[in-house]
Design a protein around this ligand. Structure first.
Ligand SMILES: *Cc1c(COP(=O)(O)O)cnc(C)c1O
Length: 224
């Protein structure tokens, strides 16, 4: 098992040129494989499963920036709270409050992105615009001091239809821009996380500044 070094270097150059952060999505891959990429200087890694993330962190250098990109259950926040760099997929007030509670407990401020539901079918995760308004209003009423909302994350439909992907990413960029000037004690936008192996080029064209790439760097995943 090994990384695709040439593909990684291409992606890194593309991301750098666009001023975007490249998050290497390493779910299902063993720690040795992540270490190969680490040795090329890479530090931003994304994981989807809490236990897997906690296990890999124990084995790997401490200066890795761990991004949690999966669907996070409230009862598991406590395991990643003390060290996580950025939680991408926050899509409920309940989860946001629990992240704040764990931040308080660990005396830290936890960076989060609000996940927006932009794909027409595929996934049930993510906030609608109406739910987003509610979350922002709730934050005004009850500012959660141990979180920082740093921006938004979204996933386009899994489709060959480029036009559809473009319009979904455009829509997310529009929602992002509409909130980018909102500055409160714990909202400070700067990150728009969109784009994966199959659609990062479109995402960057549409204004993404953080791409999450798995299979293009690590090869396809086997869930055995
Ligand atoms: C797995 C995953 C990725 C990476 O997917 P690839 O298509 O392998 O690049 C990106 N974002 C999320 C949320 C994921 O679950």
């Amino acid at each position: 098992m090994s990384i695709n070094e040439a593909a990684y270097k291409d992606l890194k150059a593309i991301a750098d040129k666009a001023g975007a952060t490249l998050v290497a999505v390493s779910k299902t891959k063993p720690a040795e494989t992540l270490l190969e990429l680490y040795q090329l200087g890479h530090r931003d890694f994304g994981e989807n499963y809490v236990q897997e993330l906690v296990d890999k962190r124990a084995e790997l250098p401490k200066d890795i920036r761990w991004h949690f990109i999966g669907h996070l259950q409230t009862n598991k926040v406590k395991y990643i709270a003390p060290f996580v760099h950025l939680i991408h997929g926050v899509d409920s007030w309940k989860l946001l409050s629990e992240i704040n509670r764990q931040g308080l407990r660990w005396k830290t401020t936890i960076n989060v992105l609000l996940q927006m539901h932009i794909a027409r079918e595929e996934t049930k995760f993510g906030l609608s615009e109406e739910e987003l308004r509610d979350v922002i209003a709730s934050l005004a009423d009850e500012p959660l001091p141990n979180i920082r909302v740093k921006g938004m994350m979204g996933m386009a439909s899994f489709t060959e239809d480029k036009k559809k992907i473009e319009s979904e990413f455009s829509e997310l960029k529009k929602i992002y821009d509409a909130h980018a000037t909102l500055k409160t004690s714990n909202i400070s936008f700067g990150i728009l996380s969109m784009g994966m192996s199959g659609d990062y080029d479109i995402a960057l064209q549409k204004g993404s500044n953080m791409i999450r790439i798995g299979s293009k760097i690590f090869g396809s995943r086997s869930y055995t």
